[in-house]
Design a protein around this ligand. Structure first.
Ligand SMILES: Nc1ncnc2c1ncn2[C@@H]1O[C@H](COP(=O)(O)OP(=O)(O)OP(=O)(O)O)[C@@H](O)[C@H]1O
Length: 263
């Protein structure tokens, strides 16, 4: 089940991506509507991170093409923000929390533009939004994992992009931080921004996302959460291995979308 939308913010056409000439993503075709919270779901090794890295131009495409806002990535780079997995970053790099968030302003304005007072104010405001304002002068090496994740998010917010890709933003964070991040994502959606998140937990995926991409090297489905969360499609994605499947499809059948805020 692959729903193609009109005026998408993201279009992926016939995308194949390989490592050492071995394809890990095959023929992926999808499009995403503006103003949605999107979950990319699939088992370990399904190619979820590879999908967003290839969309962001970090891995070459073997075939196919990607359009963002109907343009190539280079034409709209400042409108697109990428939050990598926390573990992929060297947190021992000597930089303060505020420096890291200001990097979001460079991503927006270009490296050679001087940072102004207004950029500092935006960065501080973003730190306030994630509850980290009090840590602005702290070295990033001296933060806990959950605090690092919040700072990463503040840096992405400071870019003031329209489309965000986040690779597992909930990994290693406590329930309070997860809930704060979800609130923020919902606020972004209410401003018609689109956020695409690699996510692992099926139960919370139903609650958090309007749109789901089910992936297992090939695209299994892309569509509204209530249409995609079916036992058949989840089984196709996970090979019927998960005992959570029965529980999740039960939730869906009952139309039970806890705490779901609809637009
Ligand atoms: N740099 C790399 N070189 C070679 N193979 C890679 C590389 N990165 C990822 N792979 C392989 O590509 C496949 C897809 O990896 P990817 O990280 O995209 O999956 P994922 O769905 O994000 O997995 P997970 O849920 O475990 O994070 C896996 O088989 C992985 O081993």
């Amino acid at each position: 089940m692959i729903v193609q939308v009109s005026n998408p913010v993201l279009e992926v056409h016939d995308l194949t991506v390989s490592y050492n000439r071995k394809p890990v993503l095959w023929d992926v075709d999808l499009s995403i509507p503006q103003g949605s919270l999107v979950g990319i779901i699939g088992p370990n090794g399904a190619g979820k991170s590879t999908l967003i890295k290839s969309i962001m131009g970090l891995i070459p495409l073997s075939s196919g093409y990607v359009k963002l806002f109907d343009k190539s990535l280079n034409e709209v780079r400042e409108r697109v923000s990428y939050v990598p997995q926390r573990e992929s970053v060297d947190w021992d790099f000597p930089a303060s929390v505020l420096d890291v968030v200001l990097m979001g302003r460079y991503a927006k304005l270009g490296l050679f533009r001087n940072i102004r007072q207004s950029d500092r104010e935006i960065a501080l405001d973003c730190l306030r939004k994630v509850g980290m304002e009090g840590f602005k002068d702290r070295q990033i090496a001296q933060l806990s994992g959950g605090q690092q994740q919040r700072v990463f998010l503040a840096r992405a917010l400071a870019q003031k992009a329209d489309l965000y890709f986040m690779d597992e933003p909930f990994t290693g964070v406590d329930a309070a931080t997860e809930s704060a991040i979800v609130d923020l994502l919902r606020e972004m959606r209410s401003q018609n921004k689109t956020v695409i998140v690699v996510h692992h937990d099926l139960q919370s995926a139903i609650e958090y996302f309007d749109w789901i991409i089910l992936l297992n090297m090939r695209l299994v489905a892309s569509g509204k959460t209530e249409d995609v969360f079916t036992t058949a499609l989840l089984q196709e994605t996970y090979g019927g291995k998960l005992n959570i499947l029965a529980e999740v499809s039960d939730l869906v059948r009952k139309g039970n979308y806890p705490n779901r805020e609809r637009k």
